[in-house]
Design a protein around this ligand. Structure first.
Ligand code: HEM
Length: 500
């Protein structure tokens, strides 16, 4: 090709030879002055950044959120007003596997959305489930330890998982969803997304409403059985990447209907359950979902690392008209994600193009590693502190959310007292048809394989409390599973292998 560009060093000088290193004599050792060789090797050593401590394996794409409904009486957020169209990026993920893990593994799926609104970035960092395993952030690192590798064996440990779950009855709701068909969707396009937490919406009149965000798949729910997933993984570890990338590449753009459930502020004091408890849903009969808009993914990233690996989502990213709630888990996540990003991506992670807001950013933070925006972001070199007399950026009081009523004494409240961990799981179990129940029992039996009986008994007692059929079904499935355990076949060594 004649119109190729000249290969240069990172400092811009032409590279004379990119095939042969610089040596002392034809067969001789390398010269330290071969800076291009050294730079190439040094760059390679730095090609990896720490993987996410959870949700390391992911798939992503870009698209748009279009608002077709009208929830303007609940929120002043510009991105949620009728007719608004907001560019966005999505990243889907599994929780426990490392960045090279197979896609078709039974696990909760992350469903992260970053909306580049005119008022700043709004992130919803949810899952494909409306609830979670724990309700107090204090327990999150313990829970994640049980999902990751055992410190000695370096293998996943079903014993640790069921030990923790059986000692934490608040996990039952999420465990039941994980072990049901919803725990193994065939692709990110065939699952719902949930903001999961209770957030708040507030309007110009200063009225607050509690809100849950849902994204319902328009592709329909499709799932793999464990056996099907084994086959898929035997053929490809990248089944989700292939499905999502392929669909968008071929113009089959996946869509989700965005819905909200709205709860008037004072209702939170009346519900029989704590509406800020992440292990609970709000019954649709009491708080019916309202259609708000359509999320469409229509562009694959140009570069996976630059966009999907570098994207940094955080539940702390909200915009005027949207707020947090007293949910203890959400409160902790408001701290945790930005902290993770500073470690994983660096101090100025918000300035990486995929994270950079599309509106203008003005702040007084300065310096630090990889500050690529030339100092402070105030537009005037003399304006590097606040208040100042030089027309520097000032606060915007209209962005202040209405005051939140709180009451009670500061204490460490036992979240297991007076909390029904079984009722909503029973409602869910009763919704399953016979086939769904059978697969639920079989999936649990497979996942429990080999754990100590004492732990299994403790967990079975929880299933019994949900519904006698639940416990009985899992017991039967366990017996069947034990009977079916394949014997390990050992291939005898050849004499030559034995000698090696
Ligand atoms: C990722 C912390 C609960 C959904 C992460 C990361 C951290 C974290 C540190 C890695 C971030 C990164 O390096 O980019 C926590 C803590 C939790 C919690 C401390 C509880 C207190 C949850 C819950 C959900 C959730 C309840 C969903 C409802 C996600 C998702 C990601 C993630 C989807 C991947 C984000 C991405 O795609 O980049 N979490 N998490 N997490 N978490 Fe959580």
């Amino acid at each position: 090709m004649t119109d190729s560009k000249i290969l240069t060093t990172t400092a811009g000088a032409p590279v004379p030879d990119n095939q042969n290193s610089w040596t002392a004599g034809e067969r001789g050792p390398l010269l330290l002055q071969d800076y291009q060789l050294i730079e190439k090797l040094a760059h390679q050593n730095r090609e990896r950044i720490p993987e996410r401590v959870v949700h390391a394996k992911g798939w992503g794409a870009l698209g748009t959120l279009k608002i077709t409904g009208d929830i303007s009486k609940y929120t002043k957020a510009k991105a949620l007003q009728p007719g608004a169209e907001t560019p966005m990026i999505a990243r889907f993920s599994t929780v426990a596997g490392e960045s090279g893990a197979a896609d078709a593994e039974r696990d909760v799926r992350g469903f992260s959305l970053k909306f580049y609104t005119d008022e700043g970035n709004w992130d919803l960092v949810g899952n494909n489930t409306p609830v979670f395993f724990v309700r107090d952030a204090y327990k999150f690192p313990d829970f994640i330890h049980t999902q990751k590798r055992h410190p000695k064996t370096n293998m996943r440990s079903p014993t640790a998982m069921w030990d923790f779950w059986s000692l934490s009855p608040e996990s039952l709701h999420q465990v039941t969803i994980l072990m049901s068909d919803r725990g193994l969707p065939i692709s990110p396009m065939h699952m719902n997304g949930y903001g999961s937490h209770t957030f708040s919406l507030w309007n110009d009149a200063g009225e607050r409403y509690w809100v849950k965000f849902h994204f319902k798949t328009q592709q329909g729910h499709k799932f793999h059985t464990n056996e099907e997933a084994d086959q898929v993984i035997g053929k490809t570890r990248e089944s989700y990447q292939e499905a999502l990338y392929g669909a968008i590449d071929e113009g089959r753009f996946p869509r989700w209907t965005m819905q909200v459930q709205i709860m008037p502020e004072m209702d939170a004091e009346k519900t029989s359950y704590n509406p800020f408890d992440l292990t609970k849903v709000w019954p649709h009969s009491e708080y019916p979902p309202i259609d708000v808009g359509v999320l469409e993914l229509n562009r694959n990233p140009e570069n996976y690392f630059a966009e999907i690996e570098n994207v940094a989502f955080s539940p702390s990213n909200i915009v005027p008209g949207i707020g947090y709630s007293p949910d203890k888990m959400l409160q902790a996540r408001v701290f945790s994600y930005a902290d993770a990003h500073r470690h994983r991506l660096g101090t100025h992670y918000e300035n990486i193009p995929v994270n950079r807001p599309k509106n203008e950013v003005h702040h007084y933070h300065r310096d630090g590693q990889m500050n690529t925006y030339g100092g402070i972001r105030t537009g005037n070199p003399d304006v590097y502190y606040e208040p100042n007399s030089f027309n520097g950026p000032v606060e915007q009081p209209s962005a202040k959310e209405p005051p939140l009523r709180i009451h009670g004494d500061a204490d460490r409240y036992n979240h297991r007292i007076g909390n029904d961990d079984y009722g909503q799981v029973r409602d869910l179990f009763n919704l399953f048809d016979e086939g769904e129940k059978k697969r639920l029992f079989a999936n649990i039996a497979a996942a429990m394989s080999g754990i100590p009986e004492e732990i299994a008994d403790r967990q079975l007692a929880h299933f019994d409390k949900v519904h006698a059929d639940y416990g009985a079904g899992v017991r039967r499935a366990r017996q069947l599973h034990e009977g079916r355990e394949p014997a390990i076949s050992v291939t005898p060594e050849t004499p030559q292998q034995a000698a090696e």
